[in-house]
Design a protein. Structure first.
Length: 156
């Protein structure tokens, strides 16, 4: 194999990563706080909220949002894309497959195309978590302690 072929392959990979990075940045710049981008069950629940609750939800959701462009950089240089999306177990399996079984390179290349799906799965989970946290907080704040009849009579 000529050394030129290896250089060409590396340049193609670097070019593809740069293209995906730019594509991811453009996608993130177009995204707004919009209910259509949420998972359907979360979107329905958020659409029924009052505007104050919606803004609280989106503030919490945006706080835990992960960048696809950053994920591609971590994927390319370090292979830490699963850690970035807080999937430690899968990251360990990924590293083991890279070191011992040799299929890690194939998995690494497949993840190049799966990265938007991985990010969307993370976003769905964080949206559900933000909604659950917000609903729990609202339930907790709206609940009033009930005073039983016996307590009322004891006070009198």
């Amino acid at each position: 194999m000529h050394p030129y072929i290896a250089v060409i392959i590396v340049l193609i990979i670097i070019g593809a990563v740069i293209w995906k990075y730019r594509q991811a940045k453009a996608m993130e710049n177009e995204e707004l706080n919009n209910i259509q981008q949420l998972p359907p069950t979360v979107g329905r629940a958020v659409s029924m909220m009052d505007p104050t609750s919606q803004s609280a939800f989106f503030a919490k959701y945006q706080k835990s949002k992960k960048s696809l462009a950053t994920a591609y950089i971590l994927w390319f240089f370090f292979g830490f894309h699963y850690v970035y999306f807080r999937n430690i177990k899968l990251q360990i399996i990924f590293w083991i497959s890279c070191c011992f079984f040799g299929i890690g390179l194939i998995w690494w290349i497949v993840d190049f195309f799966r990265m938007p799906t991985i990010r969307n799965g993370y976003r769905s989970a964080t949206a559900r978590q933000a909604l659950q946290t917000l609903q729990f907080g609202a339930t907790f704040m709206n609940s009033t302690p009930s005073v039983s009849h016996e307590t009322k009579t004891m006070r009198e």
